[in-house]
Design a protein around this ligand. Structure first.
Ligand code: FES
Length: 508
């Protein structure tokens, strides 16, 4: 097996046009709505708002559609593993119905836009399946099929699929879709630009003053004044309402390899077994399809990423035969405690700041749904599912308690444990080339990486968000925070929030 010859990087980013660069913001600006983050949720929201005639500025810390959305598996479906039975139990049958309706509308909305704007994004209609190989899960799958049907979805329980291995059972929902996420979003950004919206790349927002109007400040010192602000940064960068107590970050790994077209299983598949396995294909060269396999979720900073990649590759080969992997990458998701995204007003005194987060691995349909929902709220229109997704919801706290407490225990372990003098640290001399570790120097924890040339890169080891200790991901050469998932490059620059500031340079 040729596992690690595969290129490290997202297939979606490599195969989409680079897109015209957008400027970074270097002046003060006044708009109706400022949207922070140009992934699926931010772009969809900005586009829907611009369509209503609002003056919109979209502010992105990196490049458009190159962050989390550029690393997804890009399944657009209403079947979210086993969500309907859980939702019915935790939040009641009406919530399950509203979830099904809102996600169905999002899938339809994307199809409409592809048609209307003539977007060339490898759109393919496929059935979605949640399956299990282990017969012990059959009861759960049957219950999910029944709950999904009761929620109004055309869901079936089936015992056969076109996967090249037997399954014990599966839930199936027809007429879902898969596509190339970055091609879709770049086309949406072009149309947004044509509609007169302002798009800024390499513009990191670092401050928010809520009020009427709201004021944002950027790292470069510009001020954006806006009646309303949407925080669509995956994990919210502004979180005075402590939403992070209800969000857990997780990373997942992805492998891609060409397979002959006749082996295409003709569907989008997921199983909760073995820390999740997800399968889809995409168009590829010369009558081949690209098999894309995702799984092995883990908390950022948990380490052993090479071993996890290896386990996932072994599984793919065991289930699909010999594969020559061409790409591998990693993605990151945020799970909410009740499995429902948090989309709506930030629960603070401000009535003009909105958030979209907690998509739990289903960011494409939920991001598009968030665009419609936030546009309705900002425009003063009613939306039937605003209560379901309202970040201020409290009614489910008791039933969410087990997931909430599990997450809190883990974060508390880092908040408290990372501050004890007994935190293990190693000597700088012990750090091999290509590796990194937290060391104690002058009474401070330093995050030290030794690059392939032997040069040391040392930065503060306390995350600039809320101070947990970061850990080194040797495979991706990043520092990762286990508390809320911030990620930094070896020189401490922010790759992914909620942190907005770098890890300070240190001398060791
Ligand atoms: Fe919150 Fe690091 S991401 S403390």
């Amino acid at each position: 097996m040729n596992t690690f010859a595969a290129e490290q990087g997202s297939y979606w980013i490599e195969t989409a046009p680079q897109g015209d660069p957008h400027p970074s913001l270097d002046r003060d600006l006044t708009v109706d709505v400022a949207v922070i983050g140009a992934g699926i949720a931010g772009l969809s929201t900005a586009w829907e708002l611009a369509r209503t005639g609002r003056g919109v500025a979209l502010l992105e810390a990196g490049r458009v559609a190159a962050g989390v959305t550029g690393h997804t598996t890009a399944k657009l479906t209403v079947l979210h593993t086993l969500v309907y039975e859980r939702l019915r139990r935790i939040r009641g049958p009406e919530a399950a119905q509203l979830y099904a309706q809102s996600q169905t509308e999002a899938v339809r909305r994307a199809a409409e836009l592809v048609e209307e704007l003539g977007i060339d994004c490898d759109w393919e209609e496929r059935a979605a399946y949640t399956y299990a190989e282990d017969t012990a899960l059959v009861g759960e799958l049957m219950a999910e099929a029944e709950a999904a049907r009761a929620a109004g979805l055309p869901a079936d329980y089936v015992t056969g699929t076109q996967l090249p291995f037997p399954v014990a059972g599966a839930v199936r929902v027809a007429e879902q879709a898969q596509f190339h996420p970055r091609k879709y979003l770049l086309a949406l950004a072009d149309d947004l630009h044509r509609r007169g919206a302002l798009i800024y790349e390499h513009t990191r927002v670092v401050g928010l003053k809520e009020g009427e109007p709201c004021r944002l400040t950027t790292e470069g010192g510009a001020t954006v004044t806006a009646d309303d602000v949407v925080v669509a940064t995956h994990y919210p960068i502004f979180d005075r309402a402590l939403l992070f107590t209800r969000l857990s970050p997780r990373r997942e790994l992805v492998w891609a390899a060409p397979i002959p077209s006749e082996l295409d299983p003709q569907g989008m598949f997921i199983t909760p077994e073995q820390r999740t396995r997800s399968v889809r294909t995409a168009p590829y060269d010369d009558g081949q399809r690209l098999l894309i396999v995702t799984g092995e979720h883990f908390t950022p900073g948990a380490g052993h990423v090479d071993r996890r990649f290896e386990r996932l590759a072994d599984w793919a080969v065991e289930h699909f035969g010999k594969l020559d992997f061409t790409h591998r990458w990693a993605t990151q998701d945020n799970d909410s405690t009740d499995s429902v995204p948090l989309v709506g007003p930030l629960p603070t005194a401000s009535r003009h700041t909105y958030v979209a987060t907690g998509f739990g691995g289903w960011g494409l349909s939920s991001g598009i749904m968030a665009g419609r929902l936030l546009t309705d709220l900002i425009s003063g229109r009613k939306c039937r599912w605003s209560g379901l997704y309202d970040p201020r919801r409290l009614g489910t706290v008791i039933r969410e308690a087990p997931a909430f407490l599990r997450h809190q225990a883990q974060v508390a372990r880092h908040f408290v444990g990372d501050r004890l003098p007994s935190v293990p640290s190693v000597s700088v001399d012990d750090i091999a080339r290509g590796d990194g570790a937290v060391v104690l120097a002058g009474g401070h924890h330093c995050a030290v990486h030794r690059d392939e040339d032997g040069e040391l890169h040392a930065v503060a080891a306390r995350c600039s968000h809320l101070g947990c200790l970061v850990a080194f991901n040797r495979t991706e050469r990043t520092w990762e925070c286990p508390c809320h998932g911030s990620r930094f490059d070896p020189d401490g620059n922010v790759l992914q929030g909620p942190a907005t500031g770098p890890l300070e340079r240190r001398n060791v």
